[in-house]
Design a protein around this ligand. Structure first.
Ligand code: SF4
Length: 201
């Protein structure tokens, strides 16, 4: 298997100007270091669902286990539109052979942990998961996922890379190993900077 490893990523982390204010959240480490060795598959749920750029900000409200995605000023509920779009987008991503996904932290659409969810009094609790991130992780539970904030921790970063290589190796065996066997595979720790010399798979 010689082609680059494919990793999905929240589009704004690549420097694409897709955020609510027309800006981006380019992460130099991802673009300039990891980006040399992987093929990115960018996804921006809010732009791709048709909310426009720029657009009104969104937030999660209600039950942290099953929150609604609502525009901050006008109170329009975008949850159902986002879930419908996510189903179609995930169908397309299923054919991309992704070995990982890097989400933008704190986003009501893309955040994978500790996203603010507002209660009826407008008080936030950091207990939510973005609507698209939740749909992705439910659909692809074996694809390693992290966010840009957590990846600044070297141990989390290394673990993520190990998981990406594990999945890549597993795919290279054409799925002959069971998911149980996958969880028992041991791969030597691979640091970010040793990526180029990692064993061919
Ligand atoms: S955080 Fe997600 S929805 Fe927001 S701009 Fe980035 S990719 Fe788009």
């Amino acid at each position: 298997m010689s082609e680059k490893i494919k990793i999905g990523i929240s589009s704004c982390l690549l420097g694409n100007k897709v955020r609510w204010d027309g800006g981006h959240k380019r992460d130099g480490y991802l673009t300039d270091t990891l980006g040399r060795y992987v093929e990115w598959v960018p996804v921006c749920p809010e732009a791709e669902v048709g909310l426009g750029i720029p657009r009104e900000t969104l937030r999660l409200v209600g039950d942290p286990e099953n929150p609604r995605l609502v525009t901050t000023q006008t109170g329009i509920d975008r949850t159902d539109d986002m879930k419908r779009w996510a189903r179609r987008r995930l169908d397309a991503l299923a054919g991309e052979n992704l070995c990982g996904f890097i989400f933008k932290s704190n986003s009501p659409s893309s955040g994978m942990v500790r996203v603010k969810v507002y209660d009826a009094k407008g008080m936030p609790q950091k207990r939510g998961v973005g609507i698209f991130a939740r749909a992705f992780m439910d659909r692809f539970p074996l694809i390693p996922a992290e966010d840009d904030g957590r990846l600044r921790d070297p141990a989390i970063r290394e673990n993520f890379i190990d998981q990406v290589f594990t999945l890549r190796r597993w795919r290279a065996t054409r799925g002959r190993l069971s998911c149980v066997a996958l969880s028992s595979i041991s791969i030597p720790a691979t640091s970010w900077c040793s990526w180029p010399t990692a064993p061919a798979i």
